[in-house]
Design a protein around this ligand. Structure first.
Ligand code: 1HN
Length: 347
């Protein structure tokens, strides 16, 4: 590979004349923006321990009333991007949110797409466009772009969930904004997507009206996802990667437009190598304990821990229990990469 000219090779006076005209020579920066064969990621393999986050989040509950926070969240920020950027990867935002009994996080809508993965506590709910979604541990709840959503809590213990948004991408696109509701609770209507689409392979067939909702299913109960994984594992003992994708049950496409969401099961003692792929990926331990090797780095994941892997990096997952399965929730940038035509699997 030939060396390209450096900026210092150019006369100072010439450089100044370029700057005055808002012009920049490409060749000194060309290798930086397009390195040979593999990108140079800012995203660092990063691990966030739930046992470390929880006391700080509970302290936030004492320090900041919900009215002063709107959403009481500690953001899981990747140091490779700078903590102030509040991003886990190029397109992924992660945050741990706390709602205390009796609290209410008022209705709003925004352009970034969000999902919540419930980590701990019972009795909270999210209402999305009038559909009240109960929040139980491991449930996945969608709040896609533009849909009104609010959170409430009728239980007795704190509820904590993991927020996953495509905020860094939508912000980068200069398309991120929100609209506040009228300060009142949403009117809740009858009907819930997870009851309408209660079984895989069976699509409701309305005769007098059409299934024309862009987001027909907003809550994916953990009990159903777990049962699906267990059934797949039992059905095919040779199946190496026991994984499901959370999809739109009408179209079979990814549940949201930009990020992909998955649940994965490791059998007792199983070790699984995932190939290097172009999108960055996040792993959240729903059940069990595991070891994650991301590139050259290793992390021990306890219950409810979260880890981020940059793109173009192989990941090895190992279940640390010899007797119990381990379960992960995963989020990645695959739908985005596929739509952009840059999706790659490397090995
Ligand atoms: C948001 O609306 C929520 O509704 C949580 O719970 C986290 C982070 C950035 C922007 C909007 C929520 C968020 C957010």
């Amino acid at each position: 590979m030939n060396d390209l000219g450096r900026i210092e090779d150019l006369p100072l006076e010439y450089r100044q004349r370029l700057t005055e005209q808002n012009l920049v020579p490409l060749w000194p920066s060309l290798r930086g923006v397009m390195p040979p064969h593999v990108p140079g990621p800012k995203t660092q393999p990063t691990h966030w321990s739930y046992q470390s986050i929880k006391p700080l989040l509970m302290q936030a509950g004492e320090l900041t009333p919900i009215e002063k926070a709107e959403r009481r969240v500690l953001v899981l920020a990747n140091p490779g991007h700078g903590l102030d950027k509040m991003q886990a990867s190029p397109a992924l935002y992660l945050g741990m949110q706390l709602l205390l009994p009796g609290e209410w996080a008022p209705s709003h809508r925004h352009t970034p797409n969000a999902v919540r993965m419930v980590v701990e506590g019972e009795g909270a709910w999210t209402t999305v466009e009038g559909e009240k979604c109960p929040m139980s541990r491991g449930d996945l709840i969608l709040t896609p772009s533009g849909l009104w959503h609010e959170h409430g809590h009728e239980g007795t213990e704190p509820v904590i969930w993991l927020d996953v948004l495509d905020l860094p991408l939508v912000y980068y696109m200069e398309a991120s904004y929100h609209v506040n509701g009228d300060g009142k609770r949403q009117q809740v209507h009858a009907g819930q997507g997870f009851r309408q689409y209660a079984r895989g392979g069976m699509r409701p067939t309305p005769v007098f009206q059409s299934n024309n909702k862009r987001y027909p299913m907003l809550r994916y109960p953990w009990a159903d996802a777990r049962a699906a994984l267990q059934s797949m594992a039992d059905n095919d003992p040779a199946l190496e990667c026991v994984q499901i994708t959370y999809v739109n049950p009408e179209t079979g496409e990814d549940a949201e437009n930009i990020l992909g969401f998955y649940a994965l099961m490791l059998r007792p003692g199983q070790s699984l190598k995932l190939p290097a792929r172009s999108p960055a990926c996040v792993f959240h331990q729903i059940e069990g304990r595991s070891e994650l090797q991301i590139g050259e780095q290793s992390f021990a994941l306890e219950l409810a821990d979260t880890c981020c892997a940059p793109g173009y990096t192989g990941v090895r997952l190992r279940n640390l229990s010899a007797s119990e399965p381990a379960f992960f929730f995963m989020a990645d940038e695959s739908p985005l990469h596929r739509k952009l035509g840059i999706y790659e699997v490397r090995d």
